[in-house]
Design a protein around this ligand. Structure first.
Ligand SMILES: C[S@@+](CC[C@H](N)C(=O)[O-])C[C@H]1O[C@@H](n2cnc3c(N)ncnc32)[C@H](O)[C@@H]1O
Length: 215
């Protein structure tokens, strides 16, 4: 099932690089499946911050979740690609826009996702973004985050190396700035509800964790 989904999601992307990236990501990274598991029983709209190519939105639609999804990213190339792929897949209630999350967030009430982008923010910017995201959760809503965590593990060293490599190849516009530690999430999020932090690296060598706040 995953191989067929990866093929379907990759096909509408225009360039070979993006097609290979999407297929590999869907097949090897447990990220989108984990977000699906968190949101499968929700009907609330989703705000996806740093949505990249829009892959989370397409994945959730293909697995039958119909709530409205708004994806924001500061890279216009990725937003342009996401809009074209949304049209090609004929998905409805998807909206993508170019937006720098450091300049604040639009109005929203529902669930919020922040996947693999916090490392581009300073500690102060991370705290501000998390607080703005919490303020946009509806009652019963979830803030679903994935982040590499700063610790002493070999996984953390590989995570940092690969993020610098992504900048070198121009896949990412920026090099990483700062990785949050588990304690940062507990400190900032736990006043607002129940916080869970669990490993989410699957078959990858990265120090990725899933952090979920249930309001
Ligand atoms: C590693 S990618 C993750 C993409 C997507 N969240 C996913 O998991 O498929 C990180 C994304 O964050 C975006 N990003 C980084 N800094 C940002 C900012 N200040 N505002 C909005 N997007 C940002 C990048 O353009 C990139 O698409």
């Amino acid at each position: 099932m995953i191989a067929a989904l990866a093929k379907k999601l990759a096909a509408p992307f225009p360039g070979t690089w993006d097609r290979n990236y999407v297929a590999t990501k869907v097949k090897t990274d447990p990220l989108y499946g984990a977000v699906y598991d968190e949101l499968r029983d929700s009907h609330l709209p989703l705000l996806d911050l740093g949505c990249g190519l829009g892959l989370l939105a397409f994945y959730l639609r293909e697995r039958g979740l119909a709530f409205p999804i708004r994806g924001l990213d500061y890279d216009p190339r990725k937003i342009d690609s996401a809009e074209k792929v949304a049209a090609a897949l004929s998905h409805t209630a998807l909206d993508f826009a170019t937006h720098d999350a450091r300049s604040g967030l639009p109005e929203h009430s529902g669930n919020v996702s922040i996947l693999d982008i916090l490392q581009f923010f300073t500690p102060a910017e991370q705290q501000t973004l998390l607080e703005l995201a919490v303020a946009r959760l509806a009652p019963g809503g979830k803030l679903v985050i994935r982040s590499g965590l700063r610790d002493r593990s070999w996984r953390f060293k590989i995570t940092v190396f690969c993020d610098y490599f992504a900048k070198l190849t121009a896949w990412m516009k920026a090099a990483p700035t700062h990785y949050p530690a588990a304690d940062d999430f507990t400190r900032i999020l736990s006043p607002h509800g129940k916080v869970r932090i669990v490993p989410l690296w699957g078959g990858t060598p990265f120090n990725n964790h899933l952090i979920v706040l249930e309001k």
